[in-house]
Design a protein around this ligand. Structure first.
Ligand code: ZN
Length: 75
């Protein structure tokens, strides 16, 4: 099983888009719970980590960091 990788500042896609029509969420807080913010309407939601991992589809953009560049797309 591959673990989903995500980090603070990443923009992720969820399985369900926000009612505003956008499916891009920025991770603005990491902890036991994850807080994500809709990039379009700025609405933010707090989700337990386990639930977030279930609902998150993929990482669209990673926050600027040096270590994340060698990771190939997909799989
Ligand atoms: Zn929204």
């Amino acid at each position: 099983m591959e673990r989903k990788q995500f980090d603070l500042g990443d923009v992720v896609q969820m399985k369900k888009p926000h009612p505003c029509g956008t499916n891009e969420w920025e991770i603005i807080r990491m902890g036991m719970d994850i807080r994500i913010k809709c990039v379009h309407c700025k609405h933010s939601v707090l989700i337990p980590r386990a639930e977030f991992e279930k609902k998150m589809k993929k990482v669209l953009r990673q926050a600027a960091s040096d270590s994340a560049q060698s990771d190939p797309e997909g799989h």
